[in-house]
Design a protein around this ligand. Structure first.
Ligand code: SAM
Length: 189
């Protein structure tokens, strides 16, 4: 069973919802860039992990390398059976789809949850996902992208994070009006 962990260990009043993102319908070798961007957006905007169906160990390693430099504990977990992961999840399962209920309507119910599983599809979405989800939620009702849907959802929940530093970071951005400044190491990845 997957539940939230580190982020939820706060006092009950300001406890933060632990969000896991489940990416269904990844095509290893065909769209590594899109799923990598999905993982990076999920990580940057406050999710704790991404469950990836089907598993893609190369992608998981690349995302882990980003965390080694920039900090945090985000991980990509290979998930051979996404239905099982959905059924076993201990918390509301939110399927992001343009056909769902408006995010503003569902969001108040989610802030009280301990952990939330956010599910996004790829080129095709398995029809039973609509039934298995606790909530089908739209981020606007026009077609766009799983990366945009996750990013907007998380910023609606948590806001936009500041520059950091993140726990365990070797590198941190120092915001500049122009140019780039990074403290604590070399590289921008
Ligand atoms: N043709 C797919 C379908 O049957 O829904 C749409 C695929 S879309 C390129 C990929 C994913 O982006 C969707 O499964 C959904 O998770 C997310 N998405 C796209 N537009 C969305 C919206 N307006 N609201 C919420 N999620 C959206």
């Amino acid at each position: 069973m997957v539940t939230g962990s580190s982020g939820s260990r706060r006092s009950p009043r300001n406890r933060r919802v632990a969000v896991s993102v489940l990416r269904v319908g990844h095509r290893p070798g065909r769209d590594p860039r899109l799923t990598t961007h999905l993982a990076l957006a999920a990580r940057a905007f406050g999710a704790e992990r991404m469950l990836l169906h089907p598993p893609d160990p190369d992608l998981a390693r690349r995302v882990a390398a980003v965390g080694e430099g920039w900090g945090g504990a985000f991980e990509v977990v290979g998930t051979p059976d996404w239905r099982r992961a959905v059924r076993a999840f201990d918390g509301p399962v939110v399927h992001l789809t343009m056909y769902g209920l408006p995010l503003a309507k569902v969001r108040p119910k989610l802030t009280r949850a301990r952990s939330v599983l956010l599910v996004v599809g790829g080129a095709k979405v398995p029809p039973d996902l609509y039934r298995l989800a606790t909530y089908n939620v739209a981020v606007g009702h026009q077609p766009h992208s799983e990366v945009a849907a996750v990013a907007v959802f998380l910023t609606q929940l948590f806001g936009v994070p500041g520059p950091g530093p993140w726990p365990g970071a070797r590198r941190t951005v120092v915001p500049q009006a122009r140019g780039k400044r990074v403290v604590g190491g070399r590289g921008t990845k």
